[in-house]
Write a protein that binds this ligand. Structure first.
Ligand SMILES: [Zn+2]
Length: 294
């Protein structure tokens, strides 16, 4: 029995209103866990070291973080991912933690120094080399974040998987600049290994320092270089013929690279592509790109 002071209709309206509020609450709650594209936020933090000021300005002028934001925009993420350039108290590093990727100005400084060397293993314009190496490290860290956010199962080392993702994104997005980007990345890996040119790769004895260096979660710089070159060559042996012809990739490795590339793209299409907004991906990468659905 309804109280006399409230007519029937108003009670029904009240119930409807309560029901609506509950449903709206559920919807809001559901929306907080719905994965969406365009969830990358970026920031160029003020450098701690005054010597990095011009570096920070140059990265901003190149719209470096915006480029990473665009490349990653089609991936549907369950929560925001923040990518920032920041000072790291002198540490040459980059990492993913919590919901943030930190890319150190100190790391960028090293890529600039390497790109400005007068005698480089591969001649490449400074700007292209810097953008290429920046993208490689930013996309590698982004891969760690995406594996974590989407609980992607990984066979093999996660560091290798992150390198593979970075290479796939580069090959998918960079168009005619890809060759230059790869050259910058190769130069940086060689520099990290203490080598000045490709000939030194054939020295009978390479010094790796302590054997414990092999305990690292990452491959050695030269292994990472060969892995990246192999994926590029495997993605299109005609377009990247020079990689094999100029001896950057030994023939014994080159012959299996198309298979390696197929294996990596198969993993991508099986595990990551279901989380990609395909319409946006076609806009960002173009139709024929490796990351578009086969
Ligand atoms: Zn890593």
């Amino acid at each position: 029995m309804l109280p006399k002071f409230l007519p029937d209709l108003e009670w029904r309206s009240l119930f409807t209103l309560v029901g609506f509020c509950l449903a709206w609450g559920d919807l809001v709650q559901a929306q907080t866990v719905i994965a969406e594209p365009n969830r990358i936020t970026i920031a160029y933090e003020a450098p701690q070291n005054p010597a990095h000021r011009s570096l920070a300005e140059a990265m901003q002028a190149r719209r470096s973080l915006e480029l990473v934001q665009t490349i990653l925009s089609p991936i549907r993420l369950p929560k925001p991912l923040h990518i920032k350039l920041a000072g790291c108290d002198g540490e040459i590093n980059a990492w993913f933690e919590g919901q943030t990727i930190t890319l150190c100005y100190e790391f960028i400084e090293w890529t600039v120094e390497t790109a400005r060397k007068t005698r480089k293993p591969i001649e490449v314009a400074e700007d292209i080399a810097i953008t290429g190496t920046f993208l490689e490290v930013a996309l590698h860290e982004s891969a760690h974040a995406i594996f974590d956010y989407l609980a992607i199962p990984i066979l093999g080392r996660e560091e290798d998987a992150a390198d593979q993702m970075a290479a796939l994104w580069l090959l998918s997005h960079s168009g005619p600049r890809t060759g230059g980007f790869l050259a910058g990345i190769v130069n940086l890996y060689l520099d990290e290994a203490g080598l000045k040119n490709f000939k030194q790769l054939n020295r009978p004895k390479l010094r790796f320092g302590r054997a414990t260096a092999f305990s690292d979660a990452h491959g050695t710089p030269i292994q990472r270089m060969y892995n990246t070159l192999c994926l590029a060559y495997g993605s299109d042996p005609d377009a990247y013929r020079a990689i094999a012809e100029k001896g950057a990739l030994p023939a014994e490795r080159a012959e299996g690279c198309e298979g390696e590339y197929r294996q990596v793209t198969h993993a991508f299409h099986t595990l990551i592509a279901p989380h990609v907004d395909q319409d946006l991906a076609r806009k960002v990468y173009g139709n024929g790109a490796p990351l578009a659905r086969p």
